[in-house]
Design a protein around this ligand. Structure first.
Ligand SMILES: Nc1nc2c(ncn2[C@@H]2O[C@H](COP(=O)(O)OP(=O)(O)OP(=O)(O)O)[C@@H](O)[C@H]2O)c(=O)[nH]1
Ligand SMILES: [Zn+2]
Length: 390
């Protein structure tokens, strides 16, 4: 289990400070200071002193333990429950997540304050499994300043997967930074950085080693005091080792990668908000093995800006960039301006996103028809490329 707020003991049943007495004033001040250290931004968030909901105390969720929550009010951390309505099905978005700002009342979470952003995915291992008709949407972390996409420079390295993570991060309204860990395994990791740069337009990419601490200094600007950073990446990518290196001590348990399969044994099971000595807050998550796209909002930023710019110029506005005349994307592929793997990734992601968007709005049989449309399109493509016998 990860240690959460350093130097602060968990005190259940702490009585909340009264705002009227002298000690109350002191406590309110400490409360505000403590909250700022937890990432509360007094310029952009309502003042905790104003007590927006009469008698309630602002706190941050620092961890989730099944149906209970670790919350920190700036002075104390405690394990609490939430009001019944927050557990109700259909209210999934209101279920407190690590990083949430909440209002506490009588030792319970009374409500979740509006989120700046939320990193969510279909629950790991749930792909295809239905839960009341839909893959469970799982909010992993909220109110993030950045997301570190961690990818190991061993068998974990995959530009295609980095693209998927980037889309996930953009769709959640978060800012990505790509960290290529285990750089010490290579005499010169530059080629990996270049390869990643070519799929992550405008996104900072850093090769680092958490073991010999090389390449870590350039991460400092992402870790200003009070900023919240979540780490995502497949199991065994090196997230926990990185957290420990940044914290300067063993906080998260790590496990040896199985040499047989090159995969780490699933080790991280907590989702705690970890305060670094420099004042940044880190959220380390269990490895994401299956990335299911969830949020289908259109975002200004995209993982495939060059393809999207070209598709604006295709002859047909609903061009699928497969065989249409006047398709600028295909033209760019022919001339080598756009790599074919990029178009394949783009098409695959678009299909997933379209499918999710449709699922939310259309009836089941319509959905099935649409799915078949894509399946037959894919079969046609495979036939064309000779991957399948006619
Ligand atoms: N050579 C090298 N090995 C590393 C580095 N970072 C992590 N590792 C190794 O990679 C393995 C997995 O690291 P973890 O930090 O446990 O991976 P994780 O991403 O936290 O995995 P989960 O908790 O399963 O999500 C361990 O054996 C680490 O020692 C690095 O920078 N260099
Ligand atoms: Zn086209």
């Amino acid at each position: 289990m990860g240690i959460t707020m350093q130097n602060i003991t968990i005190k259940p049943n702490t009585t909340q400070p009264s705002n009227t007495s002298e000690t109350g004033k002191m406590s309110t001040q400490n409360h505000a200071h403590g909250l700022i250290a937890l990432g509360w931004d007094p310029a952009h968030s309502p003042s905790p002193d104003r007590d927006p909901d009469g008698g309630k105390i602002v706190a941050r969720v620092t961890g989730v333990r099944k149906n209970r929550f670790l919350v920190h009010d700036g002075q104390h951390e405690q394990l609490v429950t939430a009001r019944g309505k927050l557990y109700q099905a259909g209210n999934k978005d209101l279920f407190p997540a690590t990083g949430d700002w909440v209002l506490m009342n009588e030792g319970q979470i009374a409500s979740v304050l509006p989120r700046k952003n939320a990193l969510s995915r279909g629950a790991s291992g749930q792909q295809g499994k239905k839960e009341s008709g839909a893959v469970k949407n799982q909010v992993i972390a909220t109110n993030l300043d950045r997301v570190f996409i961690v990818c190991g420079l061993d068998r974990d390295f995959s530009p295609r997967r980095i693209e998927r993570y980037l889309t996930l991060v953009y769709n959640c309204g978060c800012t990505p930074v790509v960290l290529l860990t285990k750089a010490d395994l290579h005499a010169d990791p530059t080629s990996f950085v270049h390869e990643t740069d070519s799929v992550a337009f405008g996104v900072p990419v850093h090769a680092i080693s958490a073991i010999n601490k090389e390449g870590m200094a350039p991460l400092a600007p992402y870790l200003e005091p009070g900023s919240t950073v979540a780490l995502i990446g497949s199991s065994g990518a090196g997230k926990s080792t990185l957290v420990n290196a940044l914290a300067g001590k063993e906080i998260q348990a790590t496990k040896e990668v199985s040499h047989a399969v090159g995969k780490g044994v699933h080790t991280t099971t907590t989702r705690d908000l970890i305060r670094l000595p420099g004042g940044a807050l880190l959220i380390d998550n269990p490895g994401i093995r299956e990335i299911a796209f969830w949020d289908t909002d259109d975002n200004a930023q995209s993982t495939f800006p060059e393809i999207e710019a070209l598709s604006e110029m295709c002859r047909f506005s609903d061009c699928t960039h497969t065989n249409e005349p006047g398709c600028r994307v295909l033209e760019a592929c022919e001339s080598g301006d756009v790599r074919r793997e990029r178009l394949a990734s783009y098409t695959k992601q678009k299909r997933e996103l379209d499918y999710l968007a449709l699922r939310e709005t259309k009836s089941a049989d319509r959905l099935e028809k649409e799915r078949w449309k894509w399946v037959s399109l894919e079969m046609k493509q495979m036939k064309k490329s000779g991957k399948m016998q006619k």
